[in-house]
Design a protein around this ligand. Structure first.
Ligand SMILES: NC(=O)c1ccc[n+]([C@@H]2O[C@H](COP(=O)([O-])OP(=O)(O)OC[C@H]3O[C@@H](n4cnc5c(N)ncnc54)[C@H](OP(=O)(O)O)[C@@H]3O)[C@@H](O)[C@H]2O)c1
Length: 426
């Protein structure tokens, strides 16, 4: 039986999950592939820490070059995370003729093009199924079974931490700070949760997805991004009255020759399949011109679900190595479209204002919106007191036009404050 040797960089959550997945199903994998996959070296910078796995201590190395320069290692699996030194290590592995598997959306979103080119120059594979949607095989599906499609739209819940927080706030009326603390205690949120709650993790994943789905090269720094830190229980309750839930949504769509995209807390109608995706689960909803709507659903994080996706990539490459055709497998990142980037584009919005309860105010707000070409779909005035909330769902407009109209309302004292603005998906 052919042996394929793997070197793993890092031994945290995903690396231990990958190791355990191989241990759990080693026999089944050998039987179904005819290949013996062996993790021969693991970069472990703190070998004295108990990693909760049964590993021969001789497998651990502390010098990364003992893996990157090892002529016997066929596949390098990068699971240390972050942009550097992960990119440097992957680049060296590819340059040394090794196939690379990674779960690192941050490094891919910024350096994917360079790494993909390096893989092609050196006739090796760069695979990254676990980088978007954890255990959900969405990348494989887009680049194999769905490749005949021209895609129009992506809508995704791709961050388990924020989806857990919003679900708990919606279903149990919990407030943001206490749910975040609970999520940290349960291990769904990191000690420094800023990358998740400020939406940057989602922007990285959307950047990778847009390359796969549209062939578009849009770095995460260009994606208009807003996290969930300003989402309040008040808005969650009002969203329910409009028949919606608030979810942190990665959205991108093709409009003519352009791509529009954004990462934002968004009101989703309860009838939309993505509204029922709760807690740490993820879902990616894609519309293709042949397949129509497809939704992928599952665990977007966690050692074993993510380890399952990493192992899938390793097995694919190992089988191809066995057949002597590893480079015949299609590279999956592509930046080949002529589409131009149009930013946020036009959307429907939910707007919550505080106004004084005086006659004629509503008329002034409506005519200001009218002056900016904004039309109102529905309006709600929940309760009467001296300062009252006014809620609007407005028809499609550019966010910058809406912001100008809201600034005008405040400047003219028609409105005390603009309390919330959120995108609405119909
Ligand atoms: N966690 C998930 O569910 C999940 C899901 C999808 C994708 N991912 C991606 O998978 C990757 C790994 O995530 P994770 O959750 O497994 O992270 P993690 O638990 O923090 O593990 C990272 C590992 O890398 C090691 N490491 C970090 N920097 C290093 C360096 N410079 N040199 C040597 N070792 C280094 C750490 O060592 P120490 O243990 O000694 O600190 C740790 O063992 C990330 O790119 C992440 O975005 C994670």
């Amino acid at each position: 039986m052919k042996t394929v040797k793997v070197g793993v960089l890092g031994i945290g959550n995903v690396a231990t999950g990958t190791y355990k997945t191989l241990q759990l199903n080693r026999e089944k994998i050998q039987k179904s592939t005819g290949v013996d996959i062996v993790i021969s070296k693991i970069l472990n910078r703190r070998p004295d820490v108990d990693r909760g796995i049964d590993v021969d201590p001789g497998v651990y190395v502390q010098d990364v070059n003992l893996i990157l320069d090892d002529p016997e290692i066929d596949i390098v699996v990068e699971l240390i995370g972050g942009i550097e030194p992960a990119t440097e290590y992957m680049a060296k592995a590819l340059a040394n003729g090794k196939h690379v598997v990674t779960a690192n959306k941050a490094a891919l979103a910024v350096n994917g093009k360079m790494l993909q080119n390096l893989a092609m120059e050196n006739k090796v594979m760069l695979r990254f199924e676990a980088s978007v949607g954890g255990g959900i095989p969405v990348i494989n599906a887009i680049t194999t079974a769905l490749r005949s499609n021209d895609f129009d739209e992506i809508l995704g819940i791709v961050n388990g931490t924020t989806n857990y927080i919003l679900t708990q706030m919606t279903d149990n009326g919990s407030d943001y700070d206490s749910v975040l603390k609970d999520a940290q205690e349960k291990g769904f949120a990191e000690r420094d949760p800023s990358g998740d709650v400020e939406g940057h993790d989602v922007a990285n994943k959307l950047s990778v997805l847009m390359s796969l789905v549209f062939g578009a090269d849009i770095p995460p720094s260009d994606i208009p991004t807003q996290g969930i830190t300003s989402v309040s229980k008040v808005d969650i309750n009002y969203a329910t009255q409009f028949g919606c839930k608030i979810k942190l949504i990665a959205a991108a769509r093709k409009v003519g020759d352009t791509v529009e995209c954004e990462v934002q807390p968004t009101l989703i109608p309860l009838t939309h399949p993505i509204a029922s995706v709760n807690n740490e689960f993820n879902a990616i909803f894609i519309t293709g011109n042949a397949v129509d709507d497809v939704m992928f659903y599952g665990k977007g994080a966690g050692p074993l679900p993510t380890g399952s996706a990493v192992m899938g990539d390793i097995i694919d490459i190992a089988c191809a190595i066995d057949k002597g055709s590893a480079f015949d497998m299609q590279p999956v990142l592509r930046y080949d479209s002529e589409l131009t980037f149009a930013g946020e584009g036009v959307n429907q919005y939910y707007v919550r204002l505080s106004v004084e309860d005086k006659p004629g105010i509503l008329g002034k707000i409506s005519s200001t919106f009218g002056n900016f070409g904004i039309s109102i779909e529905s309006m709600m005035q929940p309760k009467h007191s001296e300062i009252v909330p006014l809620l609007f769902i407005i028809h499609e407009t550019k966010r910058s036009v809406l912001d100008d109209a809201l600034a005008d309302l405040v400047a003219n004292n028609y409105v005390k404050s603009v309390d919330s603005v959120m995108k609405v998906v119909k």
